[in-house]
Design a protein around this ligand. Sequence first.
Ligand code: SAH
Length: 357
Amino acid sequence: MTALAQQALPESPLENILRDRIAREGPIGIADYMSLCLGHPQHGYYMTRDPFGARGDFTTAPEVSQMFGEMIGAYVAAQWQLMGAPQPFHLIECGPGRGTLMADMLRVFARLPDLMKALRIHLVEMSPVLRDVQQKNLEAYADRIEWHEDINNVPAGAFALVANEFLDALPVRQFQFHQREWRERCIGLEKGTLGYTLGGRVALNISANEGDIFETSPVREKFIRNIAARLKCSPGFALLIDYGHDRSGLGDTLQAVHRHHYANPLERPGEADLTSHVDFAALKKMTEEIGCEVGGPIPQGKFLENCGISARAAILQQKNPQAGAEAALRRLTAADEMGELFKVMILSSFGKPVFIS
Ligand code: SAH
């Protein structure tokens, strides 16, 4: 590597840690790699920074416009009423980022004093940096917010759970079809550099061609099983929004994003966001087998339209034509923007969820 290239791509501290570990213990699976890159206590991507917005690495729906959180808030409020207005009512958000979605939902609830009185807020967040940002942005509600490491620490009782772009950050395992066998796809060292390699054989009954990749996410599945278990003893629903597919298939969807551009997932570990597409079909099948009602997945654009986002955009646009409500509406709902790739799936304890067809 030339001096210039070294300057352009300095090694990340996590890269050295990974190299040492692989040299000592052998290749690591993609899931371990992903969870270290995102969650390593000192050098993990989310543990060290606020990655959102124009100056960060990527922009999520709540950061595009207040309308996103307002629609989700209106949906949660309507469902709470359908549930018989339970008190207390636990509102759980997993992976709240900057707390923007929660702040926008709470502004909607401010018009419903009974809901506000019932509300207990639970934020499931692993990043100390983002917890600080959430604390600042939600200061006005400090007396009713609790932070948790894990969803299982949230007390039982009537609840709504919301998670936007949380599932995509949970680690996936990958398997590759090679010489008529499925093998775990791993990361090893090639002349001192991180590179893909194959690990042990796995028994998978899936037909494929040489080189095909199959992904599965035991951590995501465990998360969904935890929600399903909660739904069995507490009335509630879980609204999951993420990018992914509504039909299971083969393919490598692991992606890294750095400063709003795709990057090589093996370059600068810990300094780029690392995600994969959510296999909603697999999660839906699992949830139905457990016995929960599932609505969707449907495209995000359709869900937001069902919630009335166009009417809200028209009001905002009229109030302040410079604020860009129409452009934001397009970004959130158009098929060639976030409207199709992002999907909404709702799990519920009390019959088919509304607005999701
Ligand atoms: N929902 C926000 C942020 C999405 S980014 C938005 O739409 O803007 C993913 C979020 O999930 C971050 O807050 C990140 O710190 C958190 N996160 C990722 N993996 C996590 C885990 N295993 N446990 C708890 N939080 C996690």
